[in-house]
Design a protein around this ligand. Structure first.
Ligand code: ADP
Ligand code: MG
Length: 261
């Protein structure tokens, strides 16, 4: 008997986006399996960030299909895509500067459908119970992301790196099916990089699939079993970092003939 076929969580086919004469994304195909942490690398200008914008709906594709969790989502509004379970990191997480860290976490928790204002009037007791549960969960995640001691501070007082941790915590609370991370380690110090790395693993452990764009190949190698290489708007190769290092197409296109470090 044949093995049951598991559909990928995300399937991108023939994705294209040109800006005037710039072929930012030019016929891009790849897929992401449920539960994996997959890397997306490539030289500057390869089209990685544009792919992320296309997936999250902030930029509309010229052509191509994006099937997410069994549904075509290309061209949908960003909030619809987000509601379907696809979160772009740093999209949700413009933190609210004049709310506390804890309040920022509480508003990231999606309503469970029952927890409406009407419900608060008609069943105040259940509503208070839901509020208590949300608070406990927010504090638990604050602890996980080392934000617990800062929970009562205004978000605007956080350092850049702490804001990034707050964003990870908010994504963890929103529990998306897929998180798109565009260079989350960029511009943060080594201690925070370690915490962000732990944050990425936490997201994964919580059941979120992760697509990680990152130019530090050391991180990519440590975190990702499978890596997509984009060159000039297309996927040039997919494989483990070890396999990609041996791939001459990748060597030539990605690093002009030198080996992938
Ligand atoms: P990467 O993230 O891999 O460095 P990008 O997706 O940011 O690459 O960019 C791919 C190409 O598309 C680059 O040449 C970039 O200048 C161009 N580009 C990206 N966004 C725009 C835009 N909004 N308008 C015009 N050109 C853009
Ligand atoms: Mg980029």
């Amino acid at each position: 008997m044949a093995e049951p076929q598991t559909l990928p969580l995300l399937e991108v086919r023939g994705l294209r986006k040109h800006f005037g004469g710039v072929k930012a994304v030019d016929g891009c195909d790849f897929s992401v399996a449920h539960g994996e942490l997959i890397g997306l690398i490539g030289p500057n200008g390869a089209g990685k960030s544009t792919v992320i914008e296309l997936l999250s709906g902030l930029v509309k594709p010229d052509a191509g299909t994006i099937v997410f969790d069994g549904h075509e989502i290309q061209g949908l509004a960003p909030h619809k895509i987000f509601a379907s379970g696809l979160a772009r990191c740093f999209q949700l997480a413009k933190e609210w500067p004049l709310l506390s860290v804890l309040e920022n976490l509480l508003i990231a928790i999606p309503p469970d459908g029952k927890d409406t204002i009407l419900h608060a009037f008609t069943s105040p007791r259940q509503s208070r119970a839901a509020e208590k549960a949300a608070r406990e969960r927010a504090l638990e995640v604050a602890e996980q992301y080392r934000l617990y001691p800062l929970r009562n501070d205004y978000a605007y007082t956080l350092s850049g790196g702490q804001k990034r941790l707050l964003e990870f915590a908010r994504i963890a609370l929103a529990r998306p099916k897929l998180a798109l991370l565009d260079e989350p380690m960029a511009g943060v110090n080594p201690v925070l990089q370690t915490q962000i790395e732990a944050g990425i693993r936490n997201l994964l452990a919580g059941g979120t699939t992760v697509l990680l764009v990152e130019h530090n190949l050391g991180f990519v190698e440590r975190l990702c079993d499978r890596v997509i290489v984009m060159v000039a708007g297309r996927v040039a190769a997919v494989g483990s970092m070890a396999e990609l290092r041996e791939n001459t197409i990748v060597q030539d296109a990605y690093l002009g003939g030198t080996s992938v470090a």
